[in-house]
Ligand binder design. Structure first.
Ligand SMILES: [Zn+2]
Length: 204
């Protein structure tokens, strides 16, 4: 596999006491998109999802929401779920508790719809981020299948990445994508029809 990977079971086991590794629902496949909203690429994702009647969960970066508020509102209006992905997506030190709270709280205020999900940047849950999520009543969630879509550099890469996702995906998976790069459209063009084919459903 060049792109798609599953987190090692050790990592999943370590994360489990502090949150969930997927959005749940045994039979469904959950599509998640991190790091937006992105004015160029989020609309492409929305268009692809609309075409097949699927919904996703978008983990938004607060400062990007303030720059592309209309897109954030549009994805909420189209029935997609949103989640908190901190205000700046910066790497926080393990001892940084106040800064972590600030990052999560500022993002939460900017989300276009009520949300209970929090995904730490890079899947790296520091004590401060965990405490912040708890204080704000948010549930920490990572993923069970990482597409590593951001590594794509060509149409060929996108086709390989999509094929690998379809090869690995199982009902109940939460797949990590990013709506911040130009290859997400070509990837979804292959992945979404493939998901219909295996009778998996995106988040409703
Ligand atoms: Zn991220």
């Amino acid at each position: 596999m060049l792109f798609a990977t599953r987190p090692a079971w050790v990592m999943q086991a370590m994360r489990r006491p502090f949150g969930r590794v997927g959005l749940g629902g045994r039979g469904e496949v959950h599509l998640t998109f991190d790091d937006g909203p992105d004015p160029a690429n989020t609309p492409v994702v929305l268009e692809r999802l609309r075409a097949v009647g699927m919904r996703g969960t978008f983990f938004l970066i607060g400062e990007r929401v303030s720059l592309a508020r209309d897109i954030a509102l549009q994805l909420a209006r189209e029935g997609h779920e949103t989640g908190n992905h901190t205000f700046t997506h910066r790497r926080l030190g393990w001892a940084n508790v106040c800064g972590a709270f600030d990052e999560v709280a500022r993002c939460q205020e900017l989300l276009p719809a009520e949300s209970r999900w929090f995904r730490p940047p890079y899947g790296r849950l520091t004590p401060g981020l965990w405490l912040a999520a708890r204080r704000l009543g948010l549930r920490v969630v990572t993923w069970t299948l990482d597409s590593n879509d951001w590594k794509c550099r060509s149409a060929e890469d996108a086709a390989v990445c999509a094929a690998e996702v379809l090869d690995l995906v199982r009902p109940g998976d939460t797949i990590l994508f990013h709506d911040t790069h130009p290859w997400i459209g070509p990837i979804l063009d292959i992945v979404l029809p493939g998901l219909i084919g295996i009778k998996a459903l995106a988040r409703r």
